[in-house]
Write a protein that binds this ligand. Structure first.
Ligand SMILES: Nc1nc2c(ncn2[C@@H]2O[C@H](COP(=O)(O)OP(=O)(O)O)[C@@H](O)[C@H]2O)c(=O)[nH]1
Ligand SMILES: [Mg+2]
Length: 144
């Protein structure tokens, strides 16, 4: 089966680019993402697109180029960058990911609640791009 193309969205510093690199098996540190970054199987987005509603249209338009949308919520953050139910606004399969679960300040329960609030009723994937925890399960869900 063809590998699905994924688009990652989430706040500035949520760990989007590091996760994309980890999924691709490339462990160098991510530099700041200033624009949409396309590869054949990934679309990385700048966190500003999630934090400023002015850019939502760009997210919606770009999501048409992908198979799966990966929403990333940083386990150390107490608030979501997105408004409630936001995942329901996209016409693509959405997968909820909690990033940085290795972090001492990670709060998994809080993060689960935040992703549920965005509309994720099914399985949520907790991962660490640093240690690799949860990456295998996420890849399976992405059919990678
Ligand atoms: N502890 C921890 N830090 C992470 C993890 N993933 C990313 N980071 C750090 O979070 C910061 C932002 O990461 P980046 O991938 O650039 O975030 P982006 O803005 O969402 O693309 C960097 O300092 C990363 O090293 C992780 O799994 N665990
Ligand atoms: Mg980035």
């Amino acid at each position: 089966m063809k590998k699905s193309r994924i688009m990652v969205i989430g706040a500035v510093g949520a760990g989007k680019s590091t996760l994309v690199k980890r999924l691709k098996g490339n462990m160098c540190t991510a530099t700041k993402t200033q624009s949409l970054e396309f590869t054949s199987d990934t679309i990385d987005t700048p966190g500003e697109f999630a934090e400023n509603p002015f850019y939502y249209r760009a997210l919606f338009a770009t999501s048409l180029e992908t198979d799966i949308l990966v929403f990333i919520h940083d386990a150390t953050k107490k608030h979501s960058a997105f408004p409630p139910g936001f995942a329901g606004a996209f016409s693509k399969t959405c997968i909820g990911v909690i990033s940085k679960i290795d972090h001492p300040e990670a709060d998994l329960e809080k993060a689960q609640g935040i992703l549920k609030g965005l509309g994720f009723t099914g399985q949520i994937y907790p991962v660490s791009a640093l240690t690799g925890e949860g990456i295998r399960e996420l890849k399976k869900a992405l059919k990678w």
